[in-house]
Every structure is written in structure tokens, then in C-alpha cells.
Design a protein around this ligand. Structure first.
Ligand code: FAD
Length: 396
């Protein structure tokens, strides 16, 4: 498809594709820097439930000037983590020792919506339910972007199809990295981790505000209270392993065989009511071979996606979104748009951004190796043997 912008088409300095934490952090940063920004969010993808924001998240949200607004109400405090990892015994890490205080069990829908609202108040045009579908470079170096859907200010009421112009695109579309891949970047996928998750009914006696991780021979379990009531239970394993409990019966039976998670399951569901079949979500480690190119920059999961065991996904999305916003602003300050575009100096801001992403990924991979090396009870099982060998250099 080759969208040709109509005369007088909306024009922005930057279009941010994706209104999750990464896209919002980028849009907020650019709008505050005085750039004209369109934040387009498709609102698609699997629901994000049971997610925890680590205490340091408050610092980044503070840097974005939205900490109180975004965390003020609607989420549950997370006071620490319990884990049975490397042995069957349960160990507690209490956030009382964390300099940033407690973390949060997020209502992600609310969290993301507040971030988008804050972006709008900072001056970004926010187009809800709007997907960036096509991106074509124009002779003058600008992008013509095809948008579909829309209830936001950019909606023209034309059945949801329109074209806008911009100088730069930020790809914050999550794991799909929809724009960057279209621009020729390659996504490196390092494992086959998948999440199977199901809700547990609310239990008024359940006041534990900690999350719990428990390993078993083919993966690991996770449970956390949900702000909407009840708990989420998730099992993480590799998609190609026969042990993956895809049916309600298998999931339930396997959950009840755990030592610790089963206590929550029995508490919430004293009679073994069959759960709904668990939903699936991709949870693999992945990154792009480059996080920027001519006219585009990737942030958040689009740039680098982590194993949820790290609990670093939202934090990293905010960090890379904010950093990408700053880098693109600095870069646009040096870029003259016009026929035969001229770069006034090198792409140092974007190169520095790429280094930050690489540093975050390197730290994550080190942590991933370290944490998995602590679980040695099932080294003969594929899930653990793969992780003890380290994530492969060559992608799947
Ligand atoms: C099972 C599981 C559990 C997790 N648990 C945690 C946790 O406890 N703590 C934590 O910190 N992280 C956790 N994560 C990771 C976390 O969900 C992600 O790291 C985070 O959501 C990344 O934010 P993002 O803004 O990059 O992308 P996303 O949050 O995925 O947002 C992308 C947005 O882009 C939109 N979009 C997609 N395509 C287009 C398009 N073409 N045009 C416009 N918009 C588009 C989507 O609708 C979506 O709103 C977990 C992940 C999984 C899979």
C-alpha cells in the first residue's frame, strides 16, 4: 500500500505508534519538548493481567511528571516477593528494604489509559483505537502513514482510514515491532517462553499483597493478587514442550500439584471448580538487530522484550520510551527536512540511545543467566537445560 497524503493532511513532527508505557513515555517527552506529536494506539493485543511494577517505577514516572496521577489509586500495593526457586522452601524478599518503597500490582488498562491522558494533556494528539498500518517515505523525506480506525482527535469520520504526514515514527507497538520490521529491522527471538494464565475467584480472606514464584520441572508458576479482585495464576514454559498445560483440566491438575501455588488455588477454589482454559501470551526474550533507522526509532518491547521473570518489562518500556523521546527530539533539532535531507552532524543522540538499549539488554541477560543458574534440581529437563546453557547467540 502506498498512502499519498491528501493536500492539507495532518502533519506532525513525530507519530508514536503504540500507546503502552513505552509509547506514552515517548509521546509525553516529545510533547513537553514542544514537538507536535500524534500518539496512535490500536488498543489490540492480549489483555495484560497480573503485572507488577517494581518500586523503581515510581522514579521514572516521577521523571515523566506523572507518578501521583498514574499510581494514585486503582492499583494494589505490592509489598514483596515470595519464591520457591532452587529449593522447595519459600523465601521472602520484602520491599521494606527497597529505597523506593513498595511496588504495585497494576491495573494495566487503567495505568496505560492514565498515561495516554497525561500525554494528551501535555499536548500530544491521542488517537485511540487507531492502528498505524502503512508507512511510506515521501520524496521530501517525510513519512506518509496510513492509519486505520479511530476515535481520537485525528479521526476524520471517513470510516477510519486516513493518512497523516510526519518527520519521524516511533515504533512502540510491543512485541510485534510492526513499524521497525516493515523498515527492514530483524527481530531476534532467543527462546520459546509462553505464559498460560487463568484468574482465580476473589477470596475476602486473601490479603497477601506479595507475588509468588515457584519453579517446577518444566517451567515456573506465578501468582499475584489483582486490583479487580481475585488472583491471577500463570504458568511459564516453552511452547514446544509437551508438558505445556493448555487445557483447563491439565492446567488445574498441574497447579494443584505445586507445593505453594496450590495453597492459593485451594483457598480460592475449595471445591475443585474447573477453571476456564488458560489464555496464552508470548513471553519470549527478543530484541531488534537495530533500534533506529532512517526516520524511525523503536522503544519498549518493540526494541527489547524480556522474560517476565525479570519484572522489568514496564520499567524498561518507560525508560526506553523516555530515552527514545529525548533522542528523537535531539536528532530532529539537527535534521533539516527537505529534498536531499542533510544531517547536521552525526546521529549521536540516536547512537547513544541504541547504547542504552544494549546496556539494558546486557544487564538483563546477565541477570537471566544468574537467576536460572540457581535452579539446579531439574537440569536434565529441557526447560532448565536450555536456560542453564544460556540464551543462544543464534536466534530461533
Ligand atoms: C505474561 C506476561 C507477564 C508480564 N508481567 C510483567 C510484570 O509483572 N511486570 C512488568 O514490568 N512487565 C511484565 N510483562 C512485560 C510487559 O507486559 C511489557 O514489557 C510492557 O507491556 C511493554 O510495554 P510497551 O509499551 O513496549 O508495549 P505494550 O504494552 O505491548 O503496548 C503496545 C501498544 O501498541 C499498540 N499497537 C500494536 N500495534 C499497533 C499499531 N500498528 N499501531 C498502533 N498501535 C499499535 C497495542 O494495542 C498496545 O496498546 C509481562 C509480559 C507478559 C507477556
Amino acid at each position: 500500500m502506498s498512502p499519498a497524503p491528501a493536500p492539507g493532511a495532518e502533519t506532525y513532527d513525530v507519530v508514536v505508534a503504540g500507546g503502552g508505557p513505552a509509547g506514552c513515555a515517548a509521546a509525553l517527552t516529545l510533547a513537553r519538548a514542544g514537538r507536535t506529536v500524534l500518539l496512535a494506539d490500536a488498543g489490540t493485543g492480549p489483555p495484560k493481567v497480573g503485572e507488577t511494577l517494581v518500586p523503581a517505577g515510581r522514579v521514572l514516572l516521577g521523571d515523566l511528571g506523572v507518578a501521583d496521577r498514574v499510581l494514585g489509586s486503582g492499583h494494589l500495593p505490592c509489598y514483596g516477593n515470595l519464591s520457591a526457586w532452587g529449593s522447595a522452601d519459600l523465601h521472602a524478599v520484602d520491599f521494606i528494604n527497597d529505597p523506593h518503597g513498595h511496588g504495585w500490582h497494576l491495573d494495566r488498562r487503567l495505568f496505560d489509559r492514565r498515561l495516554r491522558d497525561a500525554s494528551g494533556e501535555a499536548g500530544a494528539a491521542v488517537a485511540e483505537g487507531t492502528a498505524v498500518r502503512g508507512a511510506v517515505r515521501q520524496p521530501d523525506g517525510a513519512w506518509a502513514l496510513a492509519l486505520r480506525g479511530g476515535t481520537g482527535p485525528a479521526d476524520t469520520g471517513t470510516g477510519g482510514e486516513r493518512t497523516v504526514r510526519c518527520r519521524w515514527v516511533i515504533d512502540a507497538t510491543g512485541r510485534a515491532a510492526a513499524i521497525a520490521v516493515r523498515c527492514g529491522a530483524r527481530r531476534r527471538v532467543l527462546d520459546r517462553l509462553t505464559a498460560l494464565h487463568a484468574p482465580l475467584e476473589a477470596d475476602p480472606g486473601d490479603t497477601d499483597r506479595r507475588s509468588l514464584v515457584e519453579s517446577d520441572e518444566d517451567g515456573w508458576w506465578y501468582t499475584a493478587p489483582q486490583p479487580s479482585g481475585g488472583r491471577l495464576v500463570a504458568y511459564f514454559t516453552d511452547t514446544d514442550l509437551p508438558a505445556a498445560p493448555y487445557t483447563a483440566h491439565h492446567f488445574h491438575r498441574r497447579m494443584l500439584a505445586t507445593r505453594h501455588v496450590s495453597r492459593w488455588a485451594r483457598r480460592h477454589e475449595p471445591t475443585p471448580t474447573p477453571l476456564a482454559a488458560p489464555r496464552r501470551a508470548a513471553a519470549h526474550t527478543a530484541h531488534l538487530d537495530r533500534v533506529y533507522g532512517d526516520g524511525w526509532t523503536a522503544a519498549g518491547d518493540a526494541a527489547v522484550a524480556f522474560d517476565p521473570l525479570s519484572s522489568q518489562g514496564v520499567l524498561t518500556a518507560l525508560y526506553t520510551g523516555l530515552s527514545a523521546g529525548r533522542a528523537v527530539d535531539a536528532h530532529l533539532g539537527r535534521l533539516r527536512c527537505g529534498p536531499g535531507r542533510v544531517h547536521d552532524g552525526e546521529d549521536s543522540a540516536l547512537a547513544a540511545y541504541a547504547h542504552k538499549v544494549t546496556a539494558a539488554r546486557t544487564a538483563y541477560l546477565r541477570g537471566h543467566r544468574f537467576i536460572h543458574a540457581q535452579e539446579t534440581r531439574w537440569m536434565h529437563r529441557s526447560f532448565w537445560a536450555r536456560r542453564l546453557a544460556g540464551l543462544p547467540d543464534s536466534p530461533f
